[in-house]
Design a protein around this ligand. Structure first.
Ligand SMILES: [Fe+2]
Length: 309
């Protein structure tokens, strides 16, 4: 890792960046916080075309509802301002970032003391099958089976071996298995949406998973996140943890998404988009995407930097 950063993840409204898996019990098997709550039925959604918040969202906690057109105008205005390759941490179209972005300089912290209370790497070694998110339950999850692979590199293009790479994502219907996600899309009993692996000697990671669906969030009226997979890369200490998101090429929701657009440099945004790679496909089985994570330098992968919680 080229530089230390306090371990943190973005707490997107309706997104679960803050609620990354901790893998304390090893490979998830339908238990713990990601297990479905049997007391909750599958809520019915509004009729097509009706602009109605899901029940969990129709509360006084939504003080102001802007339209997509209003957010689009703000995104366009923000794009005219000079910006760097990393997300703006107080990006107005991304509403909550204005209220919760760090206002004081970040402090380096003692890694040993942090690891007394911070999420653990897990209580056992990383098993090879933890990189396959499609075999964690008795049945096969629904959706497009994909391979996502790439390399973790330093700023000079050198591979970073032995890195713990964690991923978490929504299912094919755009639903997280998490109590905070209550939007009316179905759970998949055969998909938890978390995985991890270690990079090989050449810095390569590889996951087998299901292509996630887009999902609504409550930034504004009819706000939808482009399909994405959350990535976490550890260094040698928890305080070096880096969190970011990988997107899929050609997503029509890119232009409407304030989180994606909070990186105002178009070339930097593109670094978050995987490439379809037909060489990764397997006949009758999976398609494939390739995406490298670059830790430092001018080609550094943009990070989730907006929220310290
Ligand atoms: Fe997400």
């Amino acid at each position: 890792m080229g530089e230390q950063q306090a371990g943190r993840a973005r707490a997107d409204d309706g997104d679960l960046g803050t609620h990354a898996p901790t893998f304390r019990g090893g490979r998830p098997r339908g238990k713990g916080p990601f297990a479905p709550d049997p007391s909750r039925g599958t809520p019915r959604g509004p009729a097509p075309g009706r602009r109605v918040w899901p029940a969990a969202c129709r509360t006084a906690s939504v003080p102001e509802v802007n339209t997509q057109a209003e957010i689009d105008q703000e995104i366009e205005a923000a794009a005219q301002q000079p910006g760097g390759p990393q997300p703006r941490i107080d990006y107005a179209p991304y509403r909550s970032s204005v209220l919760r972005h760090p206002k004081q300089p970040l402090h380096l912290v003692d890694p040993e003391s942090v690891e007394l209370w911070a999420p653990a790497f897990g209580h056992r070694d990383v098993a090879d099958d933890e990189a396959d998110l499609t075999i964690q339950h008795a049945g096969t999850p629904l959706g497009e089976r994909i391979v996502v692979t790439g390399r973790v590199l330093d700023g000079d293009g050198r591979p970073v071996a032995g890195q713990l790479v964690e991923v978490w994502q929504a299912n094919a219907a755009g639903r997280y298995r998490h109590q905070r996600d209550q939007h009316p899309a179905p759970h998949d009993p055969n998909f938890t949406g978390v995985g991890r692996c270690l990079t090989g000697p050449d810095g390569t990671y590889r996951f087998q998973t299901i292509k996630p669906g887009p999902y609504p969030w409550r930034n504004h009226l009819n706000a939808w996140r482009p399909a994405h997979i959350h990535f976490s890369v550890f260094g040698t200490e928890f305080t070096q943890r880096l969190v970011t998101q990988m997107y899929f090429p050609g997503d029509p929701l890119f232009r409407y998404d304030p989180i994606y657009q909070s990186i105002t440099d178009p070339k930097a945004r593109e670094l978050l988009v995987a490439q379809y790679d037909h060489d990764l496909t397997t006949p009758e089985w999976n398609t494939g995407y390739r995406w490298d994570v670059v830790l430092t330098g001018t080609h550094r992968t943009p990070l989730d930097t907006g929220d310290p919680s």
